[in-house]
Structures are given as structure tokens and as C-alpha cells.
Design a protein around this ligand. Structure first.
Ligand code: BEZ
Length: 237
């Protein structure tokens, strides 16, 4: 699936009961993170860490949903193992996990490896991270092979960038984290998929960096971060 594509609606069985994706999503941002199968070691650590840090997604207004190519019954047994890897979890596991025994959803969302095959000869379903905006469009995807676990700090970092750049005509440079300087978006295109126009940075808040080329395309602005990307003030007064 390409960035900006509409993520299709689907129905699924999950560890929190059946869902219709669009109804479940409502008007929220969402992170969908997929797993090839239950009882796999790296996935166990990832699901545990995502659960431990669920409050950081909730704080940002992001709904979380896991996915694995096994049944709800298997997921529920696996959850006991996952819990044993996590600390201080509430009685109800903080997010549902989709059961995709037939791999139908993995195929529909294109979460597949081009070369690795299962014993049955089907493409292996991979560890995907899909970040979906309230308008149901795919805003960011990351694909990891089975060998390599994901990084929750990086996922939160890109969510902060996506949410901020949705509201303000800025872009975030390499290794940016919340609170660092921003760069003014000098492209003339519309925001990627937001319906609300992005606010322009006032010129008196912009510092143009002198470049050897003489071109004025690196324009920085300082950023004041209050509590969360959805409530923050943009500049210190
Ligand atoms: C894992 O999560 O550890 C894993 C998943 C699929 C294949 C190999 C390992």
C-alpha cells in the first residue's frame, strides 16, 4: 500500500471481540502493528513493550491494534506469555490483537515478504507498522523482517512528527524529537491528507540558514512544546 492510500475497511475477530475497523477507528489516529505468528520470541517482546507504553499512545490520541496470523484462542494463551514480559499492566490488556488465521488481512494490507516463504509456499507475513490518520489514509509504514524487532521510541517519534506537521507548515529534520527546532515546509503542495489547512509559520519566527549554494531553502523555526503534540503551543512568547 502506498502512503496516502485509503486503508480498506475490514471486519475481524480480536482478543477484545469482533470489530469493524472503521467503526473501531472512529475519528482517531491508529497504529496497526502486525506479527507473523503467535509464540514467536521477538514478537512477544514487542507486544509486551507496546503494552507497557500504551499510555504514551493514548496520551497522543492514537488507538493501538495488534495483528497476528493465528486464532483468538491461540492469542489468548500467548497473551499470558506476553504479560510475563511486561510490568504494571492493567487487568485488561491495553489493546486488541486481530486474529488473521487465513492471512486474508495480511494480504489485503500487503504486509508480506517478497522472497521469504512459509512451509506451504505462501509469502511470509512481516512485522509491519501502519500509522493511519483519522481520514483512514496510510500516513506512514515501516516493514521489518522477522529477524529484527521494532523500536517504540522511533514509532512515537514519527507519530509526533506526523501530528505536528499535519497542523503546521513545517517538516522535521533528521533525528528530530519533540522540542527540537523545526524546518519550515518550503514545498508548495497541499498537506498530505489533512482536511484542515496547515497553519503557516509567521515570518518573524523564521531563521534562514545561509547555504553554500546561496539558496534559501533551509529555514528553521524554534519550537515550544507544552504537553502533547495535540495541545502544544508552537512558539514561546
Ligand atoms: C519472532 O518474532 O521471533 C519470529 C517471527 C517469525 C519468524 C522467526 C522469529
Amino acid at each position: 500500500m502506498r502512503l496516502g492510500a485509503t486503508v480498506p475497511d475490514f471486519t475481524a475477530q480480536t482478543t477484545h471481540g469482533p470489530i469493524r475497523f472503521y467503526n473501531w477507528l472512529g475519528n482517531s489516529w491508529c497504529i496497526l502493528f502486525s506479527h507473523p505468528a503467535d509464540f514467536t520470541p521477538v514478537c512477544t517482546t514487542e507486544l509486551a513493550r507496546m503494552a507497557e507504553r500504551a499510555f504514551e499512545f493514548t496520551k497522543r490520541g492514537v488507538r493501538m491494534i495488534g495483528h497476528s496470523c493465528d486464532s483468538v484462542a491461540k492469542h489468548l494463551v500467548w497473551l499470558q506469555d506476553i504479560r510475563s514480559f511486561a510490568r504494571n499492566l492493567p487487568a485488561e490488556f491495553p489493546y486488541p490483537i486481530i486474529a488473521d488465521e487465513t492471512r486474508e488481512l495480511a494480504v489485503a494490507l500487503d504486509m508480506l515478504d517478497e522472497s521469504e516463504r512459509t512451509a506451504e509456499g505462501d509469502p511470509v507475513s512481516v512485522r509491519a507498522v501502519l500509522i493511519i490518520a483519522p481520514d483512514r489514509r496510510l500516513r506512514l509504514s515501516m516493514y521489518y523482517p522477522n529477524t529484527t524487532g521494532r523500536n517504540v521510541d522511533e514509532i512515537l517519534r514519527v507519530i509526533d512528527s506526523l501530528m505536528l506537521t499535519e497542523r503546521l507548515r513545517v517538516v522535521t529534520p533528521v533525528d528530530w524529537t519533540m522540542g527540537d527546532d523545526l524546518m519550515v515546509d518550503t514545498t508548495s503542495g497541499p498537506s498530505q491528507c489533512g482536511t484542515v489547512p496547515r497553519a503557516a509559520v509567521p515570518e518573524n519566527r523564521v531563521e534562514t540558514v545561509q547555504m553554500p549554494s546561496g539558496l534559501a531553502y533551509v529555514r528553521k523555526t524554534k519550537f515550544y512544546y507544552d504537553s502533547s503534540p495535540s495541545t502544544c503551543e508552537f512558539w514561546d512568547s
